[in-house]
Design a protein around this ligand. Structure first.
Ligand code: UD1
Length: 419
């Protein structure tokens, strides 16, 4: 396992650019399976999770060419309709590929997906939605086989606005007979990006970004080029990195409206934020003030920014209260932050953070993607050296986060594992 060695105490200053969105790239790469031709994608981040998704596409029979920021996917001759267990296990969003494979071939075989251990993360909403579209599902020895003669449009009400389930329904129903309507759909910007990409290919998706999405089945998609949106979670993480160090940073980021809840909380904590010309300028105070947050589906405060804001608040003045409403295991980073001197207590969904004057460098272990990122942030402000181990979790979702932070004045060294 690789590590980051961080020398704390450097104030971040300067300008940094946000990469393409991981969570938009994954369903959009899956969507290319539906196009029986060539799709050119721009702004796909070069991270573990996109690499695994592309590896699965290659296994299926897609031809993939990469050149300077562009990925060209030729899905004409897909020959396989299953996802191998060793690739399926690598991350949870592999489940999205199922919807695309079923959508194109009316059959798919896959095992239960893997991913960060941040909660039970069932896929019951995905599977029951497939069934509503007329797809038969057989589960046997950990494998799920989906099959049907035709996919038939249906009204699907989600018990919870699951991002992945909403994406899977969209992907599975592109070629359906008739119209599919999702109510209580997830409203995340990544869903809007997926719909924009598919509509550019010729799909008929209305209402993405609202809680009712209508998909009218079509016969054929066409070849397109598409630029994936920027990563709002990376943008938020970089702002928190600036805030925790009392820094003064400028983020090149065109869609600040996607992170309004974080911007509001950072302002409440005392940061001065100006948005001009597709840039966010943030000047953090010497000492932040405590704030309270509750994670919610979009447009609420994102669960993916809960941990990074939590570590930012460890050295704030006063007591912050966090309520995590989306995933039950999203406080696994807390014992690690405590090794650095953070004062946090957890009871059920609630974490209470008592601001402490300083954090101290320690050897800490990433527990999951966003939990790992929050330890890096704590390392930026801690006295002395912090070693964050198991950073493979971080590399799943952040493109060059060490280089970006170093460009802003941090001192992070990547120590690659020897095996
Ligand atoms: C996506 C994001 C992830 C983010 C999450 C919530 C991607 C690749 N990942 O994950 O970064 O943290 O949205 O914003 O886009 N649930 C069920 N049954 C299901 C599906 C979900 O009970 O079939 C529950 C989950 O356990 C969880 C909640 O719904 O409690 C939200 O999950 P969901 O929105 O599906 O998250 P993901 O799509 O996995």
């Amino acid at each position: 396992m690789s590590s980051y060695i961080i020398e704390g105490g450097k104030k971040l200053e300067g300008e940094v650019t946000v990469s393409g969105s991981k969570n938009a790239s994954l369903p959009i790469i899956a969507a290319t399976i539906l196009n029986k031709g060539i799709t050119k994608l721009y702004n796909i981040p070069n991270i573990h999770d996109t690499q695994i998704t592309l590896e699965i596409l290659k296994y299926l029979g897609c031809k993939i060419k990469k050149s300077r920021g562009k990925i060209e996917i030729n899905s004409k001759n897909i020959i396989k309709k299953d996802i191998p267990e060793h690739l399926m296990n690598q991350m949870r969003s592999t489940v999205i590929l199922a919807g695309a494979i079923i959508g194109r071939f009316r059959e798919a075989k896959f095992s239960y997906p893997g991913g960060c251990d941040i909660g039970s993360r069932p896929i019951d909403l995905h599977l029951s939605s497939f069934q509503k579209l007329g797809i038969n599902i057989v589960e046997d020895s950990g494998f799920i086989t989906c099959k049907c003669d035709k996919i038939i449009g249906a009204n699907i009400n989600l018990d919870f606005p699951s991002v992945g389930a909403t994406e899977n329904i969209i992907l599975a129903s592109i070629y359906a007979e008739g119209t599919t309507q999702i109510t209580n759909a997830a409203m995340e910007p990544e869903i809007v990006d997926l719909a924009k990409c598919l509509n550019k290919m010729g799909a008929k998706i209305e209402g993405a970004g609202t809680n009712i999405i209508k998909i009218t089945g079509i016969q054929k998609l066409k070849d397109i080029s598409y630029t994936v949106m920027e990563d709002r979670i990376e943008a938020g993480t970089l702002l928190c990195a600036g805030a925790i160090t009392g820094g003064n940073i400028c983020l090149n980021y065109k869609t600040p409206e996607h992170i309004t809840p974080l911007i509001n909380k950072l302002e409440e904590a005392g940061c001065k934020i100006n948005i001009e010309n597709k840039k966010i300028f943030m000047q953090a105070p010497k000492k932040l003030k405590a704030v309270d947050i509750k994670t919610m589906p979009y447009p609420g405060f994102p669960t993916d920014l809960q941990s990074v804001l939590a570590s930012t608040l460890c050295t704030a003045k006063g007591t912050s209260v966090i309520v995590e409403n989306i995933f039950e295991n999203r406080y696994r980073y807390v014992p690690e932050l405590k090794k650095m001197g953070a004062k946090i207590t957890i009871e059920g969904k609630t974490a209470v953070i008592k601001g402490t004057r300083k954090l101290s460098g320690a050897k800490v272990k990433s527990t999951d993607l966003r939990g790992g990122a929050c330890l890096v942030l704590a390392g930026l402000v801690a006295k002395g050296i912090t070693t964050v181990t198991n950073i493979e979790y971080i590399l799943r979702g952040y493109e060059n986060i060490d280089k970006k932070l170093n460009k802003l004045g941090a001192k992070i060294i990547l120590k690659e594992s020897e095996n």
